[in-house]
Design a protein around this ligand. Structure first.
Ligand code: AMP
Ligand code: GLY
Length: 428
């Protein structure tokens, strides 16, 4: 593998893209991020082009002779940005719009899994309220209700009662809560078990995985409260032991990649498989995403010990070698602003960041911050910061992250106090 300095363009501007930019920069590459953020500008050069400005992104990548484009978020992938860039001969990490449909349409993802016999929850896809009400009767227990299209992680209701499921269905169909994204709804059997996030770097043919991670989707400790984009993550997740890893590869990852190839839509990029692992260690797919997870990318990329960028480039160029990207245990605790996930509060001063800048085993990734008039940091979004630490073991990483969180303060700051708690419990 060559260790030449690459010109890398990262598309996006959240915590995930900050982690990607940091990783590429410490591996010695010349990193630009569009649009980036004030926080990302500490580690890379930001370019004022939005993720949906495909023409300008293409012109920039060609003009600056970019060697590798990494597309962070799902929207530009579903909208075909990777196709545009690859069409112009630029090495791009991110699937075509046709392959990104696995995230863009839950209805299509379910149909794909059925065609290829990939283990997942039983489901019914409906496109009218009448159909939905009839389908509700088919389930023995209240089903999970999912708006089929992209809904920024907010289109899923895990109903405890049939009445709740019906209400969620009506909100999608009658209330048009998610607009076009909710015009089709997937009703799905509720699975029991433990969740894990599994990331597969692939050139369409071969796969190199990361160790499994675990996200914490609910706002509150003990998995209570509303769903969020993710309040913290850690890796490796002990629930995915060697046997489960092998099962995920043979029953899910390999058939998924083969199915995509067979259908003429090979997947080049990071395939994110959201798993539910039952008490017998059998994994099933909860959802596919077509990109790195946020915050999962933070501990995975901060903890990774080997150079990662050569693998990202190899995947984009169709010459990946199979294997696993391992690293040190790491954890991210998300600090969110008041009102998140319903609303967010902008403009609150953030204290304590400067004092943490020199810690080797710690990195604070910026998700929603900006510089205030006095030059200090302030909040600018729902998820504000990802406080990420690595350690010799998970406990050390988690303790380190929480010690740093205790140094940071802003009005209305919300965080979970139990990130990684499940892994620590099962490690003892
Ligand atoms: P998704 O946006 O599809 O990842 O769903 C959000 C969250 O809802 C998941 O992380 C799970 O916690 C939960 N969920 C989704 N589908 C199911 C299911 N079939 N059974 C149990 N929980 C689910
Ligand atoms: N953390 C979950 C996601 O990125 O979708």
């Amino acid at each position: 593998m060559s260790s030449a300095t690459l010109r890398i363009l990262i598309v996006g501007g959240g915590g995930r893209e900050h982690a990607l930019a940091w990783r590429c920069a410490i591996e010695g590459h010349d990193v630009r991020v569009a649009p980036g953020s004030a926080g990302i500008a500490e580690d890379a050069t930001c370019v004022d082009i939005g993720v949906d400005e495909h023409d300008r992104l293409l012109t920039y990548a060609v003009g600056k002779a970019i060697d590798l484009v990494i597309i962070g978020p799902e929207q530009p992938l579903v909208a075909g940005l990777a196709d545009r860039l690859r069409g112009a001969g630029i090495a791009t990490l991110g699937p075509s719009a046709a392959a990104a449909r696995l995230e863009g349409s839950k209805a299509e993802a379910k149909a794909f899994m059925r065609r290829h016999r990939i283990p997942t929850a039983e489901s019914r896809t409906v496109s009218t309220l009448e159909e939905g009400l009839r389908a509700l009767e088919w389930f023995e227990a209240p089903p999970v209700v999912k708006a089929s299209g992209l809904a920024a992680g907010k289109g899923v209701t895990v109903a405890d009662t049939l009445a709740e499921a019906e209400e969620a269905l009506r909100a999608c169909m009658e209330g048009q809560l998610f607009g076009e994204s909710g015009a089709t709804v997937v009703l799905e059997e509720r699975l029991a078990g433990e969740e894990a996030s599994f990331f597969v770097l692939t050139d369409g043919e071969r796969a190199r995985t990361f160790v499994a991670a675990q996200d914490h989707k609910r706002l509150g400790d003990g998995d209570l409260g509303p769903n969020t984009g993710g309040m913290g993550a850690y890796c490796p997740a002990p629930i995915v032991d060697a046997a489960v890893h092998e099962r995920v590869m043979s029953t899910i990852v390999e058939p998924t990649l083969a199915g995509l190839r067979e259908e003429g839509t090979p997947f080049v990029g990071v395939l994110f498989v959201g798993l539910m692992i039952d008490a017998e260690g059998i994994p099933r797919v909860i959802e596919y995403n077509c990109r790195f997870g946020d915050p999962e990318a933070q501990p995975l990329l901060f903890g990774a010990e080997v150079p990662v960028v050569p693998h990202l480039l190899a995947a984009a160029e169709g010459r990946l070698t199979p294997g696993v990207i391992r690293g040190r245990p790491a954890a991210t605790v998300v600090l969110a602003s008041a009102g998140y996930p319903r609303t967010s509060t902008k403009g609150s001063a953030i204290r304590g960041l400067e004092a943490l800048a020199d810690e080797r085993e710690l990195k604070v990734f910026h998700a929603g911050t900006r510089r205030g008039e006095d030059g200090g940091w302030e909040t600018a979004g729902g998820r504000v910061l990802g406080v990420c630490a690595r350690g010799d073991d998970l406990r050390q990483a988690i303790d380190r992250a929480y010690r740093a969180c205790d140094e940071i303060a802003f009005d209305g700051m919300q965080l979970r106090r139990d990130i990684g708690g499940r892994a620590l419990g099962s490690a003892r």
